[in-house]
Each structure stands twice: as structure tokens, then as C-alpha cells.
Ligand binder design. Structure first.
Ligand code: V47
Ligand code: SF4
Length: 375
């Protein structure tokens, strides 16, 4: 166990509550929900940054990971109507959206033949006609074409609907998809677990218990997954801590989560457009407190297409050690919600340059954080 001490607790003039938290961080101890709440309510950003950066450097030094991947979005037709979603179209309006066939999706994979991509991220709306057998066939066709490509696919929201529609238990459904080629799960659909907020922003989709159980099921089969938190809308600090606490508890049991990804609510063209977006200061607080609170999550990721490049660089001083790193991200979920990046795409050189520009070391990883290449 690394015994590096930061001397955080020796900072002069810290109020007693902050001093106690600094001492815990210096000693590698876990903070409580009440302490997490205190950090949101009362800690100066500079102190949060110092604490989060200490934990980040203790775990990863200067290393900042990225991945070479691409996205496939099978459809934006969705049976649900999350109020923050700018991207989905109801089945009745499906002519305004897109629905890709298996052949079209396999063509997208073939477009990367000969390119050093390690992962495909498959995620989209919940289409009433694209069932588990359709997706199992897609997974098999991708694996038949490129067996070494890691398939990270389907949020717990998509999986919950697929399994229920096929009348399969979560374990049966997950096994079916794993056998067809699914390697891991992305972190989407978690939003905010608190039922009173969920009721207001995404009432009809899988609840917190269901989301967590689907991830626990994947973990029980040896699959890894990510977790997200949509912040900066109706939730308060207590709800953010509750969300992270539930994730921390599941991670204690399964150790199956790789990465936590805070997702900033963007207000363009959705039913929550009247809400202002939170400031960059609030963003940095969320990243830093996530790094401090989630002591059993190995990685904290900033998803740059949503935050924008400069802000993503800034997060590297606030606990983040992963930049996702999609070099050709055709995802529309953020561009349609008004993110900084309308057509997110970075070459490896650009991404490595962004990481090096803020004094960090760029490391290419695969989905499971095996090192592919150091820069
Ligand atoms: O669950 C939707 C979010 C998520 C908006 O696991 C919005 O590696 C902000 O989870 N403003 C899907 N956010 C994307 C996702 C993801 C992305 C990148 C990497 C990984 C990973 C996962 O996007 C949804 C929802 O929380 N979202 N609309 C919006 N207006
Ligand atoms: Fe559908 Fe996902 Fe959009 Fe909700 S966030 S409406 S589940 S595509």
C-alpha cells in the first residue's frame, strides 16, 4: 500500500471539519456521506482540487489514459421520453429519426478495417422493434468480422427493456448477450438514482435498483462496466452523494466498475431547456468530489465531447485520469443537446497534445485499462 502523504492536513487555517477530511485522505481512509455533503457545501475549490489531485497522483501519477474507439448508434427511436434528452424520437415520429440495419452497422465496423481501434461503443434509443435477438445477431456479426474488437454495449436502460420484452431474467439475458459477443457495459442511464428526481426527469425507465442490479449481474459474469451521473439539473448535493454512495456500496461487493463518468446536463433543445447549465466551477467540484468519494473506483473519466476540450483539460487537475479519447466520435447524444463539440473528432496526435499541454503523460489503453502504448 502506498504510504504517500500529501500533507493536506498540515495546510494552515483549515476549519476542523475540512482538517478531519484532509487527515482521512492523507491516511487513505474513506470519507462518510456527511463529509461528502460538507465538501459540496463548504469546501473551497482549491482545497478540493488539491485533495482530488493527491488521490489521482497516488493512484496513477501523471498518467492520463485514452482509448481508440468509435460509436455505433443503432437508432434514436425510443419508447421513453426522458425530459433532458434532445436526441430521441418517439416511434410515432420515427421518420424524423434513424434506424440502422445489421448490415449497415457491420459496414460501419468494416470502415475501421486496418485501423488500430480497440473498442466499439454501441448505444442508442430503446426501439420497440429492435429486440435481444436482433442485437445478439449484431454482436455475432461484429465478432465474426473482427474478433479482437472489444464490444462495450447497451445501457442498463436498453438491457432492462430487452430482457423484459424477451421474458428473460437479467441473468439469462446477460448470458445470452455475453455469449453473442458482448464484452462490457457502458455507464449510461444511471442519471440520478434518487426516486424523487428520477420521477421528474425520466419517470418511465428502469429505476435505481434495476440499474444497479443489471450492473451487478454483468459483474457476476465477470464483465466490467462503467457508471455515470447526470448532474446540474434538478438534483441537490444530497442527491449526488446518495448516487455515489449507492455506486460505492455496489463496487465494494462486486469490484466490477472500471470508471465513473460525471455527465454535465446540457440544456439545448429538450424539455428542460429552461434550466440554466451549471458553471465550470461546479463542474470541477463534481469531478474532484467524485475522485475523493469513490475511493474504490479506479478511474474517473471526463468525456471531452460533452465538456469541451479546454474544460476536459482542466479536469485533469481535479481528479480525472481518463479522457475517453474517442478519435472519431459520431455520437449525437451531446451534439443534439448543445455540447461544445458539434462534430467530435480528435486525431491521436491532437488528443496526446491536449494531455501533454497540461503536463500529464498520455497513455493509450484498451477498455480494461491494459496499456496499449505510452506516449
Ligand atoms: O444516460 C442525455 C446522458 C448518457 C443529455 O460508459 C445527457 O464509457 C447531458 O452514458 N445533457 C449516455 N447528458 C452517454 C453515456 C456515456 C458516454 C460516454 C462514455 C460512456 C462510457 C457512457 O448521456 C445518458 C444521459 O445521462 N445525456 N442527454 C443532456 N441533455
Ligand atoms: Fe431514450 Fe436514452 Fe433519450 Fe431516455 S436518454 S429518451 S432512454 S435515448
Amino acid at each position: 500500500m502506498d504510504t504517500l502523504k500529501s500533507g493536506l492536513q498540515a495546510l494552515p487555517g483549515l476549519p476542523p471539519a475540512l482538517h478531519a477530511i484532509a487527515a482521512k485522505i492523507d491516511n487513505g481512509e474513506r470519507i462518510s456521506p456527511a463529509e461528502g455533503l460538507y465538501l459540496f457545501e463548504s469546501a473551497p475549490l482549491a482545497i478540493l482540487g488539491a485533495m482530488a489531485n493527491h488521490i489521482r497522483e497516488k493512484g496513477h501519477g501523471n498518467r492520463t489514459y485514452f482509448n481508440r474507439n468509435f460509436h455505433i448508434e443503432p437508432t434514436n427511436v425510443c419508447v421513453f421520453s426522458c425530459k433532458f434528452c434532445s436526441y430521441s424520437r418517439l416511434y410515432a415520429h420515427r421518420e424524423e429519426g434513424w434506424e440502422l440495419s445489421i448490415d449497415e452497422m457491420v459496414e460501419k465496423v468494416k470502415a475501421y478495417d486496418g485501423k488500430p481501434i480497440t473498442e466499439v461503443h454501441v448505444v442508442g434509443g430503446v426501439h420497440p422493434k429492435m429486440d435481444i435477438h436482433f442485437f445478439a445477431e449484431l454482436l455475432k456479426r461484429i465478432k465474426a468480422h473482427r474478433p479482437d474488437l472489444h464490444i462495450k454495449g447497451f445501457t442498463a436502460v436498453e438491457l432492462d427493456y430487452m430482457f423484459r420484452k424477451a421474458k428473460l431474467s437479467r441473468l439469462e439475458g446477460m448470458k445470452l448477450l455475453r455469449e453473442a459477443g458482448l464484452d462490457s457495459l457502458p455507464g449510461g442511464g444511471a442519471e440520478i438514482f434518487d426516486p424523487s428526481i428520477r420521477e421528474q426527469i425520466c419517470a418511465d425507465k428502469v429505476d435505481a435498483e434495476g440499474w444497479l442490479d443489471i450492473h451487478a449481474t454483468a459483474h457476476s459474469l465477470g464483465m466490467h462496466s462503467n457508471a455515470t451521473m447526470l448532474y446540474g439539473h434538478l438534483e441537490n448535493y444530497q442527491h449526488r452523494i446518495d448516487h455515489m454512495e449507492r455506486l460505492r456500496q455496489l463496487q465494494d461487493k462486486t469490484k466490477g466498475f472500471n470508471t465513473f463518468i460525471p455527465l454535465k446536463f446540457r440544456n439545448h433543445d429538450n424539455e428542460m431547456s429552461h434550466l440554466p447549465e451549471v458553471t465550470a466551477i461546479e463542474d470541477m467540484k463534481v469531478y474532484a468530489i467524485a475522485r475523493i468519494y469513490l475511493d474504490n473506483f479506479p478511474h474517473i473519466k471526463a468525456y471531452w465531447p460533452m465538456l469541451g476540450r479546454e474544460q476536459a483539460q482542466l479536469t485533469l487537475g481535479f481528479g480525472v485520469n481518463d479522457m475517453d479519447g474517442t478519435i472519431d466520435d459520431s455520437t449525437k447524444i451531446y451534439s443534439m443537446a448543445g455540447s461544445e463539440e458539434q462534430n467530435p473528432s480528435l486525431t491521436t496526435e491532437e488528443l496526446v497534445g491536449m494531455i501533454h499541454a497540461v503536463g500529464r503523460k498520455a497513455v493509450e489503453r484498451d477498455t480494461l485499462y491494459n496499456v496499449v502504448q505510452e506516449f
